[in-house]
Design a protein around this ligand. Structure first.
Ligand SMILES: [Zn+2]
Length: 398
């Protein structure tokens, strides 16, 4: 209880000094679209634009957003917008723009008797060439390059990591911060549910005393897909599990699905899902530049193939373990080109726990009871996977 109390106090004091956003308004005339944010005080900001697709990104000193969950519909040239923590100390507002625009003005207006401090941004139409000319890459983002770095040979016998007393498991809570993921039919967005389940899985794994757990994020924070992969590699992880919840237009579809990496998708729906999950960086206002959006053009070498075999084995074990405990979709193990599963030397699996577009799934996944059950099942699957690996029962040559 003491630890909980300390956390609570830390949160309180962190919140006490933060600047909050209390209102957002978008207005339009025939010539421009104006966005106004109301803040409790003035902060530093940095505005830039990104193409493919057209976006306007504003980075602020860290803010406390008191205007709902984000991912809201826009107006005028702004089709949608979302906001959240981009990295510690920096909050980000991303505007999806329906045509090329230029940021004609961005400034603060001081508080008066009626309004608090306001941040104002004016957008005006321009052509594609001018938009692209004004586009610059965000300075704030350091791009890692894991695909270019040399890959240590993955030891299929596990002997390379045998000296460790505990297996290292990386649990990746999908989305976060400025990227909310799927909206939840029962209210809780995907980024919140994935973090709650990731924490429950960590608890279940650590309780066994057999695992060291690394979380890619442990707060409402955006993490680029590539960085999630890098975290797994930097810890020389034995297993990487990314936790998500899907959504579909068909609100009746329910159940969990386990995904592994593949150059070609198992089915159309899996391909569509991977494309959607791969958009996380675009949603968060990152310029992907020439980076390809899928894995079709990426060479999957022998080391990665070896790793992929282990990923498939773990996926099978996980599906077997989930069976009878949670509702599974038919063809419960599918594959597609998920960027987050691309660590060449860490077996990686993505679990879509259910559908947030379905009210029953969305409601259930938001409860502690379901989250604990899922976590326990994942822990048992991980136990079983390593038991099999040691017993040489994974059925992989070499
Ligand atoms: Zn997701």
């Amino acid at each position: 209880m003491l630890a909980g109390g300390t956390n609570f106090l830390t949160t309180m004091s962190a919140e006490a000094k933060s600047v909050s956003v209390t209102g957002v308004r978008i207005g339009e005339t025939n010539k421009k679209t104006r966005l106004v944010l109301e803040l409790s005080e003035r902060v530093n900001f940095n505005v830039f634009t990104l193409a493919n697709p057209y976006r306007v990104v504003i980075d602020f000193d860290e803010l406390d957003w008191k205007i709902g969950q984000g991912g809201d519909k826009g107006r005028g040239y702004i089709s949608r917008y979302r906001y959240g923590l981009f990295k510690p100390g920096t909050s980000r507002l991303v505007l999806d723009i329906d045509r090329p625009v230029k940021v004609s003005k961005s400034f603060f207006i001081a508080a008066n008797h009626k309004y608090p401090d306001r941040f104002v941004l004016d957008l005006e139409k321009t052509n594609h060439q001018t938009f692209v000319k004004n586009t610059r890459k965000p300075v704030a983002v350091t791009r890692s390059s894991s695909s270019a770095s040399p890959v240590a040979a993955f030891d299929p016998s596990f002997s390379g990591k045998a000296k460790r007393t505990k297996k290292v498991i990386v649990i990746d809570a999908g989305h976060g911060g400025v990227d909310p993921g799927a909206p939840g039919a029962a209210g809780k967005p995907e980024k919140k549910i994935t973090l709650e389940v990731a924490r429950a899985i960590r608890h279940a794994l650590v309780s066994t005393g057999r695992y060291k757990v690394v979380m890619t994020r442990d707060r409402d924070l955006f993490i680029p897909l590539r960085k999630r992969v890098d975290i797994a590699r930097a810890h020389d992880a034995d297993l990487f599990l990314s936790v998500h919840a899907d959504s579909l237009d068909n609100k009746k579809v329910r159940g969990a699905t386990v995904y592994t990496l593949s150059e070609t998708a198992s089915d159309k729906e899996a391909a569509k899902l991977a494309a959607k999950e791969n958009k996380a960086d675009i949603i968060a206002g990152i310029d992907l530049g020439t980076e390809t959006d899928d894995v079709s053009g990426i060479l999957i070498d022998l080391v990665q193939r070896e790793t992929m075999n282990y990923s498939v084995r773990f996926a099978d074990v996980l599906v077997g373990q989930l069976k009878g405990k949670v509702l599974l979709r038919t063809n419960s193990h599918r594959f597609a080109g998920f960027r987050v599963l691309k660590a060449p030397d860490v077996p990686s699996v993505l679990l879509e726990m259910g559908y947030l577009s379905n009210y029953q799934d969305a409601k259930s996944l938001g409860t502690r009871q379901t989250q604990r059950k899922l976590a326990k099942t994942v822990q048992e699957a991980i136990d079983r996977y390593f038991e099999k690996a040691y017993a040489g029962q994974l059925g992989i040559d070499g």
